[in-house]
Structures are given as structure tokens and as C-alpha cells.
Ligand binder design. Structure first.
Ligand SMILES: [Zn+2]
Length: 482
């Protein structure tokens, strides 16, 4: 009797289990992840945990042939979901080994699951694809090629904001961070410089396969793969190992220009908190790009940075390094929060000058920037008041940049001055505790402007609503606090 009863329970449980599995009906995930500026970026209803990107690179034909394996968690009962993939040809998709059907629409890759997946369950999508990557060119980003760029005999990849879809299927938004493994095969003797730690380099005939592992979560726009005849410049003095990838033609000067990165890592670790990743370094591209990008653990610079003196390059090197804490480890929850990246990295580079040159350096920078933001700088140039107000109208309030001009100077310099105004209001001790607490609380995740304001109010014990409203949102730049 007891035994029968026990069997009955087991049978009931099995039936319930079977019924539950069949009962998952599922609905399609949302078209986008919900960014107010980019409604179709990414997709909803799922969370990618890990990307394994196995990419064969044909440098002659300028094409890639790849397999992307995505480990994904369903955030709802899911019947279909969409990834971003720009133009490349998809040949097959499987979900947990079963063939899946899919459709393409502009940069969307809509995948129907062969069997619905229950909320909270994980599944594996394997996507075979290939073709010639087409960098995205948008006026709002200055018309440069965003994404994977083949350039004559080298490759660079710079994807802020939406370019990762040019080379792999991705939930292309910083709100869905994931870890990565890259397995990149190139013709020998090319060198691959990518995010994370180089795990293996295997030569097979005239091909070399580089395996790079990015073990901490990363926003998709920070994914970078660079292929060139690099020389590796590695050193370790302050606990974090630095490995730089310099094109041979500029390696000597670049080695001098980038020699202080370890001191910067040590200083920023002291004032912000421990460096978030396993290694750091710079990769220089021979492409004529007028920007640098804080690609996680491997910041990307144009070779022009190596042309000048170490002093000329110090600001941009400190800026990209500081992003490893603010932007990369703590990522913006949406693109309208971009000042949390740019204002912070800009201010960090000023802090570096304050550290190396003394408090006068910070006073001088703050006074110059206030001259610019108040219009005095333009007055000294003899501009008319009408022209000056036009000029000032172009400087965004950092908390509400225009989606057509996301990287407006206001996001950088008025964003940085917002932090300076906070520092003058709460004092140095509270200010640095605010930065450390904010970093510690949101590292490896995402934050909003409101999250930062809340930390600042909590640590300082002050109501800072007026200060932040004036600095982040008012059209006119306020006066600096005394
Ligand atoms: Zn920046």
C-alpha cells in the first residue's frame, strides 16, 4: 500500500512535469530592448550570458565566415526573439541542436524557437553566417565606419554605439552585457588583438588561430577585434599587466607614449577602486580615425597618438583608461545616460593632471572650461552675442543629449564640470567616497543618472536635486559653487 502510494506520487509528478513542459506557450520577445534613443536596438525577452565567436578571416577577399554560439536565458516564456545582425548572410540556426526558422529585416534577425522556452531556462543558439562586413555610417556619429572595418591589409573594430551587429549576431545594447570567447583565425603571420586575455595561439599550416577570453561582462559596443602585423609591448609594474599592440611602423614611439599606463592604473585604482579586469593595454590602428575608444581591456587609438610627445597623448590615454571603470565596468543603462561615461572619463583625465601636476592644474582646467561654457572664451575671440548664443546652444546639457548628436561636447566637458561642481559642494572626502561607492555598487552592471544622484545624496547626506538639475538639465551652464 505504501509502495503503491509512493509510485502514484512519482507518476503524478512525472505527468505534471510533462504537462508543464507542454504548457509553455511563449510569446515573442520585444523588437528592441527599450532604449529611448534607439527603440530597435537589441531585443527583449532574453538575456545573453556568453558569446563564443569562431571567425575565419579572409584578408584578401575581405570576408568573414563564422559560427556564433550564444548561451541565452529566457526572461519570459519565449516563442521567438530577435538579435541584431547587419547585412551578413545567415546559413543556418539551431536552438539546443534543433533547426530553427528565421527571417531578416534590415538589421534584425528574427528567430522562431522550435520549442518555446520557459522563463528562467537557458538555451543555446548556434548561428552560422558570413560575408563582407559593412560598417555603419551615420551622420550623428560623424560618418566614420562603425563596426568591423577591413582596411587594405589590416582590420580594426570600433562599434560605439551600434556597430557590433556588423560582425556578429548580438543583443546590441549595453543593457545586455555578456562574457565572450573569440576564436579568430587569420593568415600567418597576422596578429589578432582583442578584448580580455589571450589564451592560445595555434598555428595550422599558413593559418593562426587566436583565442581571446573576456571573462567579465562586457557591453557589446566594446567588443573589438584588430588584425595587423602588431608588435606586442608588455610590462607589469603595479599589479595589473599591460599588453599593448602597436603596428611595427610606430612601435618605438608608441612604447614611449604609452609607458605611463601602469601608473595611471595604480592611481585610478586608488581613487575609484580596484581595476575591474585581468589585463589592460592599448591597440593602435593605422586607420585614419579621429577618435579613441575604450574597448574593454584593450583601448583602441589611431596611430596619430604615437606621433606626438607623451604629454600630448596623456589626456586621451587617461580618458580611455578611466572608462574601464566608468563606461565599461559600470555601463550606462541607456544611451541617454552617456554623460555617465564621458563626463566621468573626462573628469578622470583632469584628476590625473591634478595628481601629476598639482591642484593648480585642476583649477586652470576648470577655469578654462567655465570660460568656454559661459561664452567668455568666444567673447575674447570677438564673436557677436548672437553668434555666441548660437555657439552655446550647440553645447548639450549633459543629462539630455540629442539622439542625433550623442557625443556632443557638453556631455564631455559640462558632464565633467558637473562632477567638479559636486566635488566643490560636498568636499573632497565625500566626493571620492561617492565615486567609490557608485563604482562598487554598479561594477560589472549598469547604472542610470538617478542611481548616481542617489549615491551622491546618500553619501553626502545632502539634498542635491537642485545642483544636478541645474548642471545636468538646465539649458544654461550654472555658475560653479564657491
Ligand atoms: Zn570617452
Amino acid at each position: 500500500m505504501r509502495k503503491l502510494w509512493w509510485i502514484l506520487i512519482v507518476v503524478l509528478a512525472l505527468n505534471l512535469g510533462a504537462a508543464a513542459a507542454q504548457d509553455v506557450v511563449g510569446t515573442p520577445g520585444a523588437d528592441g530592448i527599450g532604449d529611448p534613443f534607439y527603440p530597435l536596438l537589441g531585443g527583449g525577452g532574453y538575456d545573453v550570458q556568453h558569446y563564443t565567436l569562431d571567425v575565419d578571416v579572409d584578408m584578401e577577399a575581405e570576408r568573414i565566415d563564422a559560427t556564433a554560439t550564444l548561451d541565452i536565458t529566457a526572461l519570459q516564456d519565449l516563442s521567438a526573439f530577435n538579435l541584431d545582425l547587419y547585412r551578413l548572410e545567415v546559413s543556418s540556426i539551431t536552438i539546443n541542436g534543433e533547426a530553427a526558422t528565421f527571417e531578416r529585416d534590415a538589421r534584425e534577425l528574427n528567430i522562431t524557437l522550435p520549442t518555446a522556452i520557459a522563463e528562467g531556462d537557458t538555451f543555446t543558439a548556434v548561428i552560422e553566417y558570413g560575408g563582407e562586413p559593412n560598417p555603419i555610417r551615420e551622420a550623428s556619429l560623424g560618418g566614420v565606419g562603425i563596426g568591423w572595418n577591413f582596411e587594405r591589409d589590416f582590420v580594426y573594430t570600433a562599434s560605439e554605439t551600434n556597430g557590433s551587429a556588423t560582425w556578429y549576431p548580438v543583443n546590441d545594447h549595453p543593457a545586455d552585457k555578456a562574457t565572450y570567447t573569440y576564436i579568430i583565425t587569420v593568415p600567418a603571420p597576422y596578429v589578432v588583438a582583442a578584448n580580455g586575455v589571450l589564451q592560445a595561439m595555434v598555428t595550422d599550416g599558413d593559418q593562426i588561430t587566436y583565442t581571446w577570453e573576456m571573462a567579465q561582462p562586457m557591453a557589446s559596443y566594446l567588443a573589438t577585434v584588430n588584425i595587423d602585423h602588431f608588435e606586442v609591448n608588455a610590462y607589469e609594474d603595479n599589479g595589473v599587466s599591460i599588453r599593448n599592440y602597436f603596428p611595427a611602423s610606430v612601435a618605438d614611439n608608441a612604447t614611449r607614449v604609452f609607458a605611463t599606463q601602469d601608473e595611471m592604473v595604480a592611481y585610478f585604482s586608488e581613487i575609484f577602486g580596484e581595476y575591474p579586469f585581468d589585463q589592460y593595454g592599448a591597440v593602435l590602428t593605422r586607420a585614419e580615425i579621429g577618435f579613441a575608444l575604450e574597448t574593454q581591456t584593450m583601448s583602441l587609438f589611431g596611430v596619430y597618438v604615437a606621433d606626438g610627445s607623451p604629454q600630448d597623448a596623456e589626456e586621451v590615454i587617461a580618458h580611455e583608461l578611466a572608462h574601464q571603470w566608468f563606461g565599461d565596468s559600470v555601463s550606462p543603462a541607456s544611451w541617454k545616460d552617456i554623460w555617465l561615461n564621458e563626463g566621468f572619463a573626462t573628469y578622470a583625465s583632469w584628476l590625473w593632471f591634478e595628481h601629476t601636476e598639482g591642484p593648480r592644474a585642476m583649477e586652470q582646467i576648470a577655469s578654462n572650461i567655465m570660460g568656454y561654457l559661459s561664452g567668455d572664451y568666444f567673447r575674447q575671440q570677438g564673436m557677436t552675442e548672437a553668434a555666441i548664443s548660437d555657439e552655446l546652444a550647440r553645447i548639450a546639457a549633459p543629462g539630455k543629449p540629442s539622439e542625433n548628436d550623442l557625443f556632443n561636447g557638453g556631455v564631455y566637458v559640462r558632464g565633467a564640470m558637473t562632477l567638479h561642481a559636486l566635488r566643490l559642494t560636498v568636499g573632497d572626502e565625500a566626493f571620492f567616497e561617492i565615486l567609490q561607492t557608485y563604482y562598487d555598487r554598479f561594477k560589472y552592471g549598469n547604472a542610470t543618472t538617478q542611481d548616481f544622484v542617489a549615491v551622491a545624496e546618500e553619501i553626502s547626506g545632502q539634498n542635491l536635486g537642485e545642483l544636478f538639475d541645474a548642471w545636468l538639465y538646465a539649458p544654461e551652464t550654472p555658475e560653479l559653487p564657491e
